[in-house]
Design a protein around this ligand. Structure first.
Ligand SMILES: [Zn+2]
Length: 336
């Protein structure tokens, strides 16, 4: 089956971690920071590549992305290249996180980033049939007051599609962001949270209970608690699973160990995602292939996942209906 041709939705994708390596490499050479000529990142040596932990993963951002995406022109080129890559994979709807602090901490104006990203929405819908929704990603380890300031500044410019908290959960509890989420909820933003990745199932329960989210990024360690899994199923929380990401960072020992099959058997709704594809050297398509190879997932399983995602998508009813028909009528991935 040609997974690339399947019409797909993307729910868990980070702008900063998705910029194509070819572009980053071009900027590295322009800055005389590296003489890499390889078509893959230097830290990637094959399917078994793993980081020593979350900090090593975070160092990549510092060493390769912060040093190269150092102007709004480059940020715009990076966003455009990222959306192009998604369109080429026949992604029809994408929720992408970006962090105002990525710009703010280097003296760049994150309000300009908001304007650039918003403009790209209409361009890509028109030219590539790709619906883009931008989510503001707040780092868990940072001060919640700063998150609130950034959110309110952006809301003064226009609507914000959604908010998320991301990063190492052990360095910042979900509960400290309640005020941020209250403001976001009142402004009509979609709410989601990364949880159950670096920290245990209590981080998932806390995000669901304290922030009122019905979407969890990763959620992997919910498998350690009956309560957490029951809550996810009962409250119909959609879990964005990211198996390659979890393997490379060390949340699971092998992709086969990912609890996604158990989650599904317990009635938890799932959707598969690539997370930071440049860092993890994966794609939306390769993540589908992986689930096909390891768990025997076929076109109908992915259609089910994409329809769950579509249920929660920020789209009008007519667009949802059109996309649902496309997903349902391409069962073998080859009829498009
Ligand atoms: Zn993520």
């Amino acid at each position: 089956m040609d997974f690339r041709k399947l019409p797909k939705l993307v729910l868990h994708y980070h702008f900063e971690g998705a910029i194509p390596w070819t572009l980053i490499n071009e900027y590295l050479r322009a800055e005389k920071l590296a003489a890499e000529t390889s078509d893959h990142p230097p830290w990637h040596f094959g399917d078994e590549t793993r980081f020593s932990g979350f900090d090593a993963f975070r160092d990549i951002f510092q060493n390769y992305i912060h040093t190269t995406i150092n102007s709004m022109e480059r940020a715009e080129a990076a966003a455009r290249a990222t959306l192009e890559a998604l369109a080429r994979e026949n992604v029809r709807y994408a929720e992408i996180n970006w962090a105002p602090t990525f710009f703010w901490q280097r003296g760049l104006d994150y309000r300009d980033a908001y304007r650039i990203f918003e403009d790209l929405k209409s361009e890509f819908l028109e030219t590539r049939g790709l619906h883009v929704r931008w989510f503001i990603g707040f780092a868990r380890h940072r001060d919640a007051c700063l998150a609130l300031e950034h959110l309110e500044t952006l809301l003064a410019l226009g609507p914000v599609d959604g908010v998320d908290i991301q990063g190492d959960e052990s360095q910042g509890r979900a509960g400290k962001f309640t005020q941020v989420y209250d403001v976001a909820r009142d402004a009509g933003c979609f709410l989601k949270a990364h949880a159950g990745e670096c920290d245990g199932p209590e981080s998932v329960l806390e995000a669901v209970e304290r922030l009122g989210v019905r979407r969890i990024g990763h959620g992997t360690r919910s498998a350690e608690s009956e309560d957490a899994m029951d809550s996810l199923a009962r409250l119909e929380v959609l879990v964005e699973v990211c198996p390659t990401s979890n393997f490379r960072i060390g949340v699971i020992e092998s992709v086969r160990d990912h609890p996604l099959r158990m989650f599904r058997e317990r009635g938890i709704k799932l959707h598969v995602n690539a997370d930071d594809p440049m860092i993890f050297h994966n794609t939306v398509t390769s993540e589908h292939e992986l689930l096909g190879r390891v768990f025997g997932y076929a076109a109908e399983d992915f259609a089910e996942m994409n329809l769950h995602a579509l249920d929660q998508a920020i789209l009008d009813d007519a667009s949802k209906k059109k996309l649902a028909a496309e997903i349902s009528s391409a069962p073998d991935g080859g009829t498009l």
